[in-house]
Design a protein around this ligand. Structure first.
Ligand code: 4NP
Length: 177
């Protein structure tokens, strides 16, 4: 008898959300993709980013985010800002808010079934006491600090999700999420 592989319930699609979708979430999308590529995990994931506000829809990321990403060998210049849509709550397995107000705004518009998929980015990475602060009105040092927070969190989350992949592929249930 042929045994079909079980359908995976692993998070494979991840949406990064901030307020404007020009500073933090495009950077998080780019950095997380780079971390997955480095680990050979990218084929398992669909990544995107969006903003709870639509003021910058259609715009490229903020030049300061493009610059800090480029300094680390990551090109995010081709991304385009967009506003979160209702369909996102059905399409994405994990929806990360960069700060607590992003999470609250997402939960306020998400259907009941999607509430558990909305997570504070740094909390999911293991650091519940911090948020990724909005760097828009600050200087370039704010972007460098945001980059470091996003990089560390992306490494931690990739490790966490990699454990889930390994557990699933070996047939063991995982309790990491
Ligand atoms: P982001 O930063 O939420 O990280 O993209 C912001 C970008 C734009 C504005 C606020 C925050 N804004 O007020 O236009």
């Amino acid at each position: 008898m042929r045994v079909e592989p079980q359908k995976s319930t692993l998070p494979r699609s991840v949406l990064f959300v901030c307020l404007g979708n020009i500073c933090r979430s495009p950077l998080a999308e780019g950095v997380f993709r780079e971390v997955l590529v480095t680990r050979g995990m990218e084929r398992n994931f669909l990544l995107d980013s969006a903003g709870t506000g639509g003021w910058h829809a259609g715009s490229a990321p903020d030049p300061r985010s493009i610059e800090i990403a480029a300094r680390h060998g990551i090109d995010i210049s081709g991304q385009k800002a967009r506003k979160v849509s209702r369909e996102d709550f059905a399409r994405f397995d994990l929806i990360f808010g960069m700060d607590r107000s992003n999470v609250a705004d997402l939960k306020a518009i998400a259907p009941e079934a999607a509430q558990g998929r909305i997570q504070l980015f740094l909390e999911f990475a293991g650091d519940p006491s911090r948020e990724v602060p909005d760097p828009y009105y600050g200087g370039p040092e704010g972007f460098a600090s945001v980059y470091r927070m996003i990089r560390e969190a992306s490494e931690a989350i990739a490790t966490r999700l990699d454990g889930r992949v390994a557990a699933s592929e070996s047939g063991h249930a995982s309790s990491t999420m």
